[in-house]
Design a protein around this ligand. Sequence first.
Ligand code: ADP
Length: 497
Amino acid sequence: MAKPLSILFVASEIYPIAKTGGVADVAYGLPLALRDLEHDVRVMLPKYGAISERKNKIHEINRLKDIPIDIGDVREFATVKSSSIVNTRTKVQAYMTTNKPYFDSKWGLYNDPETGEEYADNDERFIFFARSVIQTCTLLGWIPQVVHVNDWHTALVAAYMRTIYAQQFKNTKIVFTIHNVSNQGVFSLKDTFHKTGLPESALENLKHKNKLNFLKAGIMYADHITTVSKTYGEQLLNDPKLTDGLNAILKARKDVFTPIINGIDTTLWTPEKDKLITKRYTLDTLDKKEDNKEALVKKFDLDYKPETPVIAMISRLVEQKGFGLLKQAADKLFKENIQIVILGEGDKDIEEWLQATAKKYPEKMGVKIGFDENLSHLMEAGSDMYLMPSLFEPCGLNQMYSFAYGSVPIVRATGGLQDTVHEFDMATKKGNGFVFEEYKSADMLDAVERALAVYKDKATWRKLVKNGMGEDHSWNNSSKKYEDVYRKILQTQANGK
Ligand code: ADP
């Protein structure tokens, strides 16, 4: 067997310690899956104010206290603490950077929960975090073979490793994963560059459209770049609008660019073992799913009607997720015999529209504003259909959770949704969901209507549900693809290329 690798996985959010979206699930499931493959994998994230030390069993580490870190002309101190992430099989060490002004005193991850606005010092916060990652490796005397960074928040780690700390990390390979290109960490060129403390020679690698762009640093300095689905990978290379022009820069590195579809952690997301749902079930005991449906609609103050399909959405409330389409389609949609339950938080205008619409259709729509991990599991278990009309979707996890729970996804063909959801064919009985191409409310309505038509035919619906439930979306395949990438780039080094 090939020798295990040492891997540091760095992310701005990791389930269950901190989560706003899919990155957190990936930063949990992938490291645990790599640990299952015997690698020495550890993870690192900032310790935001909302993270409880007690709940996450966070401890001090003697060697990692009061580490001086310069942000421009200001000296701050990082104390790195220890925690872990676990599933039913495995455990992975987690390092967490604490610092009062940047993290402990701020409740939100990126935005102030009071105002919804991004924190004004987000550049400093993530410069500080990146430098704390470097210091942690140095002070622990643990220089991993692979450092895997994710999205703009952690991309600067790559810049530091290839400039100021080049000598120290000369044997370390860097992988950078783009989970969402629409957030690039864009700041004032001069001010923020000064704060990074990077040498002048690095400026070109961070400069984009006369601004400082953290994401670009990841693209320029990584040994290998990945993204989270094949279709999104093509969009990243070819769509200047989606990438704000970074596609040209990525294209120049396309030889070291690999799309790898995300997996789901099947120890957490499986209706057979899920402790967060009302009644557990499998492919063979699908009738028990009904108890979850009853519990779910009641949670949303709707009447339980066995014959009425329940459509769920769990989402950050942002334009990307297709709420514009929902708004246009709402009045026609609610003419159908359906119930819709939505859980989410985000843009205030979307929150307000959802609440107003739930008031207008009190028997058909239930809305909960907030973040509720427990409820999200019941929503997958209790719903018949799951709607993702996204404008764009790098990978999307909920359609895969939906397969596992027998909730049939209705999605727009974009990014990872296009790669994982295939239109059900009445003739062949193949397919696992319903797909529409154009970002148009009429097309979305049409897809919903196709789903409703099949739903009326119980036997065929059951077949469709089983098609999805029978698929394997676990990390088993994709974690091996990451392992291949790691080994390949380490091999390049060994060959002296
Ligand atoms: P994105 O990363 O763009 O938000 P993904 O589909 O990749 O989208 O992942 C979203 C993850 O966040 C899923 O696990 C989803 O269930 C979860 N999620 C999103 N909003 C909420 C919420 N309000 N409450 C609970 N879980 C949520």
